[in-house]
Design a binder for this molecule. Structure first.
Ligand code: NAP
Length: 334
């Protein structure tokens, strides 16, 4: 086993948009696990829009600062164990950071089933799938026949949320950047219609796509798209507030939404924010449902796998700019 540990460090916090040169690669000694710890080898690093939000300040985790090994979660394999709770060969999904090896406390690590392909543990049976499942079903409460709009619809969470809306008998409208992604959503993933938020006539496209208004809006992006959807919400509509990717890649919130207080009251809207960890206790049932939909072919899994630890910075910058379709991850061990 290699004695060195390649790491990607966040060299300095970005001012404005994130670029690959905000990171640098270093080599450190491979860490040794202490008592109650395991040494894990990173297999697939999950790329998440939230990685960028962690550079803006504290969220549900502490803020990143220049000089830190870049934070991130990965599917990893135990290669040394100093605890009876995990054995060599076990798989975990853990906050490893962007590096080849990490020594982690076994507390809070859960052994994952070895589902093939392993990448599915990062996508549909990982944070993306669970976020889509709980966000839509618990916060959105969709009912058959209703119109569900999903933003960042061609991304990892959005592509699954829209398909679950279809499985539940809803009309699924995807909001994504560009007509190519829109075509993919409709032709490959079965969305009813797609709307291009980058087009000049976005608001008209949205109105045409939702002739009976919006009952559930699964919000991945915040900003102008949230504002446009708010004005199209039906009375007693639900907005599942999952994230605000339009606001992450900069220094301060830059856009909308305006009109929230008046609209929320008069249309009796429910806006519910959530973090996927809130639903840890219901994980098993969610995985069971997701597996049955994947096996029956109702839920298509699209993964965007990039190879090589050194490509993590450009892969994250690309994700923030919409270069991905489905779940983006980096295969660290080639
Ligand atoms: P992702 O959707 O796979 O990728 C991000 C996508 O956002 C890009 O593909 C891009 O697609 C779109 N985007 C970028 N800038 C945008 C803008 N200004 N306006 C509209 N769309 C834009 O990434 P992800 O990691 O799965 O994250 C999606 C959302 O889920 C994020 O808001 C994230 O914070 C949230 N999330 C929340 C939880 C939770 O527990 N609440 C857990 C996981 C993720 P286009 O080409 O369409 O622009």
């Amino acid at each position: 086993m290699a004695q060195l540990n390649r790491q990607i460090v966040l060299d300095r916090l970005p001012q404005g948009a994130l670029r690959p040169d905000h990171f640098r690669q270093v080599e450190a000694a491979r860490p040794r696990p202490g008592n109650g710890q395991v040494l894990v080898r990173t297999l697939y690093m999950s790329l998440d829009a939230a990685n960028r939000a962690w550079m803006q300040g504290a969220t549900y985790r502490s803020a990143l600062k220049g000089g830190d090994v870049m934070a991130g979660a990965a599917l990893a394999e135990v290669v040394e164990s100093n605890t009876h709770r995990l054995a060599v060969g076990d798989l975990v999904f853990a906050d490893t950071g962007w590096q080849e090896y990490a020594a982690l406390s076994a507390d809070g690590l859960t052994k994952l089933p070895r589902i093939e392909p392993l990448t599915n543990l990062v996508s549909v049976y990982g944070v993306a799938g669970l976020t889509a499942y709980f966000g839509l079903l618990v916060c959105g409460e969709p009912r058959a026949g209703e119109t569900v709009v999903v933003s960042a619809a061609a991304g990892s969470v959005g592509s699954i949320a829209g398909q679950i809306a279809k499985i539940k008998g809803c009309r699924a409208v995807g909001v994504a950047g560009g007509s190519e992604k829109g075509r993919w959503l409709v032709e490959e993933l079965g969305f009813d219609v797609a709307v291009d938020y980058k087009a000049a006539d976005f608001k008209k496209q949205l109105r045409d796509a939702c002739p009976e208004g919006i009952d559930v809006y699964f919000d991945n992006v915040g900003g102008d798209v949230l504002e446009a959807c708010l004005f199209a919400m039906n009375p007693f509509g639900r907005i599942a507030c999952c994230g605000a990717v339009s606001q992450y890649d900069g220094d301060a919130p830059r856009a909308g939404p305006r009109g929230i207080p008046g609209l929320v009251v008069t249309r009796r809207l429910a806006l519910r924010g959530f973090v996927v960890m809130d639903f840890e206790g219901q994980r098993e049932k969610a995985i069971e449902d997701l597996q049955s939909w994947v096996q029956s072919g109702q839920l298509k899994v699209h993964e965007d796998v990039i190879e090589g630890l050194e490509n993590l910075p450009s892969a994250l910058v690309g994700l923030l700019n919409g270069a991905n379709r489905g779940k983006r991850m980096v295969k660290v061990q080639l």
